[in-house]
Design a protein around this ligand. Sequence first.
Ligand SMILES: Nc1ncnc2c1ncn2[C@@H]1O[C@H](COP(=O)(O)OP(=O)(O)OP(=O)(O)O)[C@@H](O)[C@H]1O
Ligand SMILES: CCCCCCCCCCCCC/C=C/[C@@H](O)[C@H](CO)NC(=O)CCCCC
Ligand SMILES: [Ca+2]
Length: 584
Amino acid sequence: METDLRLESSLWIGNKRYRAVLTGWHLKWTEADKKNGDKKTVSVPVAEVVGVENGRVEILPQKSVEDTDKDFTVFYIKRSRSRSTYGLLWSLGRTQFSCPSRVLRDQWTNHLRTALKTHSPLRPHRLLVFINPFGGKKKGREIYHSLVAPLFELAGISSHVIVTERANQARDHLLKKDLTGFDGVVCVGGDGMFSEVLHGLIGRTQQEAGLCETDPAVTLQPCPLHIGIIPAGSTDCVCYATVGVIDPVSSALHIIIDSQPLDVCSVHHASTLVRYSVSLVGYGFYGDVLAESEKHRWMGPLRYDYSGTVVYLSNRSYAGIVQYLPADPLLSSPKDKTRCLSGCNVCSRSTERLFPHTSDSGSLYSSHFSQYSNDSEGEWVSVEGRFRCVSITCMSSSCARSPLGLSPSAHLADGTGDLILVWDTHPLSFLKFLYRHTSTQDQFDLPFVEVHRVKAVRFSLPDGREEEVHEGIGELNRAIEEREYVDTVSRNGSQQQLAQSVVERETMNEHKTVASILCGLCCKKTPAVSVWNCDGEILPFTEIFCRIHGQLVRLYARGIEDGAAMQNCSQESDKNKSRCITYK
Ligand SMILES: Nc1ncnc2c1ncn2[C@@H]1O[C@H](COP(=O)(O)OP(=O)(O)OP(=O)(O)O)[C@@H](O)[C@H]1O
Ligand SMILES: CCCCCCCCCCCCC/C=C/[C@@H](O)[C@H](CO)NC(=O)CCCCC
Ligand SMILES: [Ca+2]
């Protein structure tokens, strides 16, 4: 195969002559008229060629084609460091080659296209795209049509685009409509849109397999369709943690060439499935922040900072019983200071265990999904007390607010989640814990913080707390109502007037906030229960059971690339370094 695809000739880039070689794995070109020591070789892995066009062609920012006889243009992945994140930005590299004859030009383009088909057989051909026109800064449509669609066209991908008109339209479509012919689903939006697609695809796959999603003991069927994310939301945590940057062009290029399995946590209450999560299932602080932020949606992404401050000042902790099933400690630890990077060994070993009969990317479509049991997995552990927060995350959950994330050493696809227990502590100590999320300081190196790598978690309320719960809520509401009454009556004279005015309703919310802050600071009359934040949605239950399902879905991504390692790659990349690429 390698021999058949090999092609070597002189080619021109501008007025310089190059010796160009196409082997099975790489396209390389070296300046021909230089002394040996000065010769630089550019090497592009075939796996990173996005498209090949006849003539002199430009795609972004605008398409332009000069249809000449002896020229061809190669488009490929180009990397640069991101100033604000740890990941690498991808852009579309482009080189226009000129040949001495049209025959040679056709030979080059045919060989390159054949090499692409041979070495990248799993690239998508047809995608279903959902655009949320209201996500984040409401730029989803514009982002897709100007930056993403031209790249898909270049890569020969056809797409069926649906601009959503209501929440849950994407989920319902995926649950009910014909999906024949699609290789994957792309969501243009934020974590909420991703969650819709996740629920739609997991639900559809289980329906078709005749499996019962509600039973936490059932081994779920992995989804055959991939999920791609074009970030256009407020947090874009799933994109950040799986690609390393929030950049629509980088994400579009990942959709064209990549595949990355991802663990999913199913959340159950009694005998119902409540939701799926990939990022955060959080009780206490994160639940309260989300609940508070819902009152201030008009603030946009800033609502989380505002609500974070309000909730922090209200100084709450909650009683609970947490039971967890530890994962095999011999495989990895959330405190081992490693990071899950693209090509991660811990995740690869997990793939081997989850899909024992396939070792390569063929496992993508494998129907083998046997729940492994491992002798080194421990017994259930139970802890009880007061917590500032209880969080479970299947991945690092890094985002712009926290570039290393909730659990910096968590793995995307190892079949485990990290359980973070933050015991009740002094407000300043808790602030230290929160603050460490924004830097490289270790947030787990604090005496009131525990982190465990787990397969499953159960959360329940201590016995007899129900009364306290109601009492707590009742007292808080009475305190809020009292303050509201005093405030409104002194300003307006009548509560009815207040209820009729939208502006004043907003003021009422502010008063509620102030009341709850005062409650937290002075009276300590806080509710005895918090709410669960599940990837940005509030759960309607307090007592839950969570189970991690290893590699239940596949994303069009590759995990975070190690910027330093990429720069150290030699120019003469071999097969093992096929992801290395150097540019002048
Ligand atoms: N056409 C629509 N109208 C109203 N809501 C929609 C529509 N399409 C999708 N949604 C819902 O909007 C919610 C938020 O969308 P999305 O996640 O795209 O943006 P975001 O909230 O700004 O970002 P993030 O979730 O990253 O914070 C989603 O939960 C989704 O269900
Ligand atoms: C003094 C400085 C304090 C700084 C504190 C920073 C702590 C940041 C930790 C980062 C946590 C990200 C967790 C990800 C959650 C997402 O799945 C979810 C959906 O988008 N977002 C929220 O729930 C939105 C709510 C996020 C709560 C912060
Ligand atoms: Ca994991």
